[in-house]
Ligand binder design. Sequence first.
Ligand code: ADP
Ligand code: MG
Length: 327
Amino acid sequence: MTLLQVEDLTVALPTRRGWARAVRDLSFTLDRGQTLGLVGESGCGKSMTALALMGLLPEGARASGRIALDGEDLLMLDEPEMCRIRGNRVGMIFQEPMTALNPLQPIGRQVAEPLQLHRGVGRAEAEREAVRLLDRVGLPNAAQRAHAHPHQLSGGQRQRAMIAMALACEPDLLVADEPTTALDVTIQGQILDLVTELVDERGMALILITHDLGVIAETVDRVIVMYGGAGVEEAATDDLFAYRAHPYSQGLFAALPQIGLARGTRLEPIPGTVPELADMPDACTFVDRCPIAVGACRATPPPPLAVGPGHRARCIRLDEARRRSQG
Ligand SMILES: Nc1ncnc2c1ncn2[C@@H]1O[C@H](COP(=O)(O)OP(=O)(O)O)[C@@H](O)[C@H]1O
Ligand SMILES: [Mg+2]
């Protein structure tokens, strides 16, 4: 049963040089219990996609297309209706927990609040449940720590508290935007293990944004590679690691070891830089950096072409890309 269906999602932002699209015609579906990774260099539209799903786009942004959660188009909802979804049906964890946590309130209270708000649970029961959740996410002495303010916790503990908050109402979908990037390596591993365990345990769907290809390899079922706001390639994780069809993915994964991909394997920088949003080419976004671009690549946005079952890439030069990758 399809939980989430995103169709032609486009997010336009006002820039000094007019409207520019941070997300372009992005489409994908996600079933209950499925996990999807979004990868790509900084500035490729991953966070904007996550924010669009949460109804948290920056002031002035315009989203179009469709984001259907169990058939209900989130883009059509007003803010009070979106509040009913956010934190309830869809939970989000961010790189920086202070984005989600209120510095002035004890964390127990913050975890309890969505339960009172969305589930109609009484205050005392909600606070008991908050302690159970804080304990579940591995916060030591949860009953006492529930009274702590965010600044009294370590970075890893704050991340755990934010995860407890995101999970309080047992959302169907968890969106995690580089949830561990700010943490030291040992804690990163622990937090990721926790997220994967919880996603399994609760049968949630997960959208995970990360730069860590090792984490992608071991955590998600499917991957979308994004460039310039466009989903340039989508495949089952194993298929993508076996063969990258799009020249951008080929560059991005260039120095990849074939087996035993460890956590901490970062994306390889590829020549050139991501242009500013207003300078992004209109047709294929990657054309200015692409080693095999031809004139036609500048004419129209490339359609998603089949590479294999469930594997698509938006590139009109797939044959040439394959020849090069084998040469
Ligand atoms: N508030 C904003 N206003 C205008 N442009 C923005 C804003 N936030 C991000 N951008 C631009 O939108 C593009 C996509 O950003 P983002 O989704 O954050 O990328 P990613 O998460 O993949 O690194 C980038 O070009 C970025 O500079
Ligand atoms: Mg981001």
